[in-house]
Design a protein around this ligand. Sequence first.
Ligand SMILES: Cc1cc2nc3c(=O)[nH]c(=O)nc-3n(C[C@H](O)[C@H](O)[C@H](O)COP(=O)(O)O)c2cc1C
Length: 264
Amino acid sequence: MERLYQNISKRKSTRKFNMDALDPSSMERVEQALQDIPQLFENLSVSFILVKDGEHFMEKGTSILGAYTKVKSPHYLVVACKEASGFRQAAGYSMAHVLLTLNDLGIATCVTYPGVDLKTIEQFAPLGEEEVPILFIAFGNPEDPLSLYPKADYYKRRSYKDILIQGPVKRKYKFILEAARLAPSSFNTQPWRFAVDGHKIHLLRVKLGFIKSKLFSSLNKIDMGLALGFMVIALKSKEMKFRLMKDPVIYEGMEYMITIEIKE
Ligand SMILES: Cc1cc2nc3c(=O)[nH]c(=O)nc-3n(C[C@H](O)[C@H](O)[C@H](O)COP(=O)(O)O)c2cc1C
């Protein structure tokens, strides 16, 4: 986990890829890493289905969100899961581990919203029974090898003041929130907020107004899973004991997600 944790501040989205395929040994490492991805729920498995021929896959894609979604890369992972309760958060949680693992292998990534119809997806990626595609992860070598890692001033993220709705936070817990703060999110919306009460960190999501569509709320649920994944990776890297539990707190305009209880 230490390796993944270190990658939290060394990861960024890549949108310009070298369209050559990854070399076979790198691809093998990706396939190996995908064998053992942590899951948020024991009984709800998130799949990462490899599409090696990314170029043809995306050629068929029509994007509903315009240029933002269109990231052309030599390979993709189709993130898929059954539509059970919490499946979007579960997808985000597992994706956190995949993105950081690929980054650690020196492979560039970008999460993209699928603008490809289901028929095309099924042609390239055999979905499991009842599984639905949730997102894609574009991956490969970056066009500019120097652009893989972020520069010092890269991250455009909200400040602590913005995301902490109740404190104070013990100094020794700050790295956990810092990990979440750096997580990627759809349109960089960073919908996460934290209410800290002693050794409990409650995670909440900013609810969107009527004007924002259902799509954006769905994406923000995935973002919450990503933030949780980054926090868990941070905790595990420091070998801190904790558990995930439901201990709902109420704040106006927020949706409660989960609580991390840290054991001293
Ligand atoms: C759920 C989700 C969906 C995303 N969809 C897209 C997308 O369709 N197209 C795109 O270019 N980037 C997409 N992104 C990448 C975000 O724009 C990016 O993570 C965010 O701006 C923060 O930048 P960073 O990843 O470089 O830190 C997505 C990210 C997430 C987490």
